[in-house]
Design a protein around this ligand. Structure first.
Ligand code: PLP
Ligand code: LYS
Length: 431
């Protein structure tokens, strides 16, 4: 959590606490805009920690993407939130599904995506995943497999697959909110740019090569990231012109959302325009595959304060959610806005450290952030938890994963039980 104690951060937090509105226009949903009474009712009905997902917001975000990219294919990166209700909302909104693993393909199929709306991006795919997807391809022959290595092409051919393939390219340019999520220049992803045309050429012998793809990284926000995005797109445009005869050029996802209260929203229309301009003339459709943008601000994580401990530097608010429920702060030092739903405007503020129950120092949602000093029993809402929140949850410390409900009160995922956590081990229920 280095840097979380900065004056800058404190100012952001104070502004959030003071403003209480949806500053930034319709494209930004601030944590303050959520109805505190509604969230408190849901926590009372379903317990904490609790994910709350606003499915209408998912629809709105999809609509905004479709409006910004009217002539492009917009594919939702399922990994950001795989819940059935979210997938159905995305399907209804007309987006395709981009899946990172066979399990995600299965979920998308179960949510009603037809093969022609399914894109499986196979990164070093385990044999089990390839077997499963090739199996499903027998019925869904329009699905597309995106491959980033010749070996993956060979392994598909060995399984009798001769369908639609997209070649993933390593564009040599990365972007994103943290080095751990900048994929564009990481050797693991995609065939090196200067070999891409040759790989496309070879692949055409055995497959229907329908596209080329590259992804810079996640959380593109700010000029430097946008410049990297434009560079990636320009390179992909060049490649598409070189290899010709493609259905689409997929320039990845990564569109960021503001996490700090004062952060500006991404100007999606401007990004779309810059993308088209950088791509140049190509005889193929543009495709994008956003995940975070669709779901981040559609979700909050509710957690109850169970321990308040004054220390010389900060008040430690112990809460019942931890890094097992929302990993991003521990993994990326990610900033998530925090709102005390029970604190009246005249509550004293000061440096507050919101910490979970896990035996790891990194199990903190903020450290020394200027917030209302919580009381035991207060309900805190953690913002922008809809993307890579529940998805990255674990059962470390034998903690059952939290429940998820829609804002309307429908249970979307039951709270896991301890029996659920232990069921696969010797002596567990599954035996
Ligand atoms: C290949 C690919 N496409 C799309 C995405 C979606 O990224 P984001 O959620 O930042 O839009 C990712 C994740 O970074 C990805 O790896
Ligand atoms: N999990 C990351 C995003 C990575 C997306 C996958 N390539 C995050 O929470 O920011």
């Amino acid at each position: 959590m280095s840097g979380d104690r900065s004056a800058d951060t404190a100012a952001h937090a104070a502004a959030h606490v003071a403003s209480g509105d949806d500053a930034g226009g319709p494209a930004v949903r601030r944590l303050a805009a959520w109805d505190a009474g509604r969230l408190s009712d849901l926590a009372a009905d379903h317990g904490t920690p609790l994910y709350v997902t606003d499915l209408d917001r998912v629809h709105e975000n999809c609509a905004r993407l479709r409006a910004a990219f009217p002539d492009a294919e917009v594919r939702y990166a399922v990994k950001a939130h795989t819940g059935r209700a979210v997938l159905e909302a995305v399907r209804d909104a007309g987006l395709d599904a981009e899946c990172a693993a066979a399990g995600e393909v299965r979920r998308a199929l179960d949510a009603g995506f037809d093969g022609d709306r399914l894109h499986y991006t196979a990164v070093n795919p385990p044999a089990r995943d390839l077997d499963a997807v090739v199996d499903w391809w027998a019925d869904e022959s329009d699905l597309t497999v995106t491959v980033g290595a010749r070996d993956t092409l060979d392994r598909l051919a060995e399984r009798g697959f001769d369908g639609r393939v997209c070649v993933r390219v390593n564009p040599g340019v990365g972007a994103g909110h943290h080095e751990k999520v900048r994929t564009g220049a990481a050797a693991k992803f995609g065939v090196p740019y200067d070999r891409a045309a040759a790989v496309v050429d070879d692949a055409r012998d055995d497959f229907d090569v329908v596209g080329v793809h590259a992804h810079a990284g996640s959380g593109i926000h700010g000029e430097e990231d946008l410049a990297a995005h434009r560079e990636l797109v320009a390179r992909m445009g060049e490649l598409a012109r070189e290899v010709g005869d493609l259905e689409y050029v997929d320039v990845g996802g990564g569109f960021g959302v503001p996490y700090r209260e004062g952060d500006p929203a991404l100007d999606l229309d401007a990004v779309a325009e810059a993308t088209r301009e950088a791509l140049g003339e190509v005889d193929a459709r543009l495709a994008v595959e956003p995940g975070r943008y669709v779901v981040a601000d559609a979700g909050v994580l509710l957690t109850e304060v169970n321990t308040v401990k004054p220390t010389p530097d900060t008040t430690v608010a112990g809460v019942d959610a931890g890094m097992t429920d929302l990993l991003r702060p521990a993994m990326y030092d990610a900033y998530h806005a925090i709102r005390d739903l029970d604190a009246s405007p005249d509550r004293e503020t000061g440096p507050v450290t919101v910490a979970g129950p896990i035996c790891e120092t990194s199990d903190m949602f903020c450290d020394g952030r200027e917030l209302p000093i919580p009381d035991r029993g207060d309900l805190l809402a953690i913002g922008n938890a809809g993307a890579y929140g529940y998805e990255m949850a674990s059962t470390y410390n034998s903690r059952p994963r939290p429940a998820e409900v829609s804002l309307a009160g429908e249970v979307l995922r039951e709270r896991e039980t301890l029996a659920g956590v232990t069921r696969l081990e010797r002596g567990g229920d599954a035996e």
